[in-house]
Design a protein around this ligand. Structure first.
Ligand SMILES: [Zn+2]
Ligand SMILES: [Zn+2]
Ligand SMILES: [Zn+2]
Ligand SMILES: [Zn+2]
Ligand SMILES: [Zn+2]
Length: 182
């Protein structure tokens, strides 16, 4: 049996249902993907714009099943920068733009590193044993290049070190906040 939801009717075969959809006035403005019937073309357009099942690229008149597929399409075809959702004329313009993201991250990491060395807790989490690593976990001594990586490590469950009050990294974060606000 095949069932037409909008009409609340059963049909003996899928092709009978298909036949019904094509001939019934009620189905002139069907959304095929959602199997919903609409009263007018504009009601259907409204549905397509608002439904999470429809992910539209207006430029290409394409309709994707999921937001992820639309995102991939935007990145591949329209040179979209994912983090800022802005579009670029060419892949090379996009790459140039993305360099500014990298530069900002590097500048930020260097800025945080300077403050980390100024903090009177520095001896607890700075690392002298490896030339490539400036920081380490105060508890397990795992070396890290960036302070942000130490914090991620401590926030994860893989180590007993914590950001609890009075711990070296909690003191560092308080120091960092006071430096950033001044
Ligand atoms: Zn029907
Ligand atoms: Zn739909
Ligand atoms: Zn497109
Ligand atoms: Zn960007
Ligand atoms: Zn650790």
């Amino acid at each position: 049996m095949s069932y037409c939801g909008p009409c609340n009717r059963q049909f003996p075969t899928p092709s009978a249902l298909e036949q019904h959809r094509q001939t019934s006035n009620r189905h002139t403005y069907d959304c095929r993907r959602c199997q919903e019937a609409f009263k007018s073309r504009s009601a259907r357009s409204q549905h397509i714009l608002n439904s999470p099942k429809h992910n539209i690229c207006a430029d290409c008149s394409m309709d994707f099943n999921t937001p992820e597929q639309l995102l991939q399409h935007d990145v591949a075809k329209h040179n979209m920068c994912e983090p800022c959702r802005s579009y670029f004329d060419s892949p090379s313009n996009l790459r140039n733009h993305q360099k500014t993201h990298m530069r900002k991250t590097t500048e930020y990491n260097e800025y945080v590193a300077d403050i980390a060395f100024d903090c009177h807790q520095a001896g607890m989490y700075t690392c002298d044993d490896y030339p490539d690593f400036d920081f380490k976990c105060p508890t397990c001594d795992t070396p890290f290049i960036f302070m942000s990586a130490v914090l991620q490590h401590v926030e994860s469950d893989c180590c007993d070190e914590t950001l609890a009050h009075g711990r070296p990294l909690a003191k560092f974060l308080r120091f960092l906040r006071s430096q950033m606000s001044s």
